[in-house]
Design a protein. Structure first.
Length: 211
């Protein structure tokens, strides 16, 4: 059965949320008030990112420069990439984060060819603009991860999902196998959603070998 490994980025591939670091560093306004609204499910992820990154006036080069030395990748990620290549699995990053920094972090690891679906960013003196595009090419305001999981299943893939947060819950419910840490793991345990806990990607590779 053809297999896709759908992996979140912030808090999953990375140990911390990269977008939060950028917003803390560059946002000219109270972006964390918006975060509280999002976490309380009063606004969508699309609305959160649109309004929060509108507070960022810096250009792409400045943002990427600030990330240098400030993004820690969870151990074992290279081993997961190698394992997927060896097994012929399609590894895809699907993230609520922004495409430009995800691609920059992957490039810094020497991994320029990994498929990435995330918010598309553009830069303007009056503030950044971000938008999400679903697997069918239409613009989405929410549910990007879930849309891709459903799309992969429709294409006949076995979906292995790796994530850490609240925003991974809906997508994980449609996956065949789930690897969870953080808030996603807590949700799975509280709601009897079958998953495998992980601390690093070596844990994931070890479990994949047993499937």
């Amino acid at each position: 059965m053809k297999t896709v490994v759908q992996c979140d980025f912030d808090g999953t591939v990375t140990e911390e949320d990269t977008s939060f670091f950028l917003l803390d560093t560059f946002a000219q306004g109270d972006w964390r008030a918006l975060l509280r609204e999002y976490k309380a499910h009063r606004i969508s992820v699309g609305e959160f990112n649109t309004k929060a990154f509108a507070m960022v006036k810096a250009d792409k080069a400045t943002l990427l420069k600030a990330l240098e030395g400030n993004v820690k990748v969870r151990s074992g990620f290279q081993e997961l990439v190698n394992y997927c290549l060896k097994k012929g699995f399609r590894l895809v990053i699907v993230s609520n984060g922004l495409d430009f920094y995800i691609q920059a972090v992957l490039k810094g690891l020497g991994l320029k060819n990994i498929e990435v679906h995330a918010a598309q960013a553009s830069y303007h003196p009056e503030g950044m603009e971000v938008q999400y595009v679903g697997p069918d090419g239409t613009r989405l305001d929410d549910g990007v991860k879930e849309a891709y999981t459903k799309s992969f299943r429709k294409l006949g893939y076995r979906v292995i999902y790796i994530g850490n947060g609240d925003s991974d819950i809906a997508a994980a419910k449609y996956a065949h196998h789930v690897f969870a840490t953080g808030d996603l793991l807590a949700y799975c345990r509280e709601n009897n959603l079958n998953c495998k806990p992980f601390e690093n990607f070596l844990d994931v590779v070890r479990e994949l070998n047993l499937m």
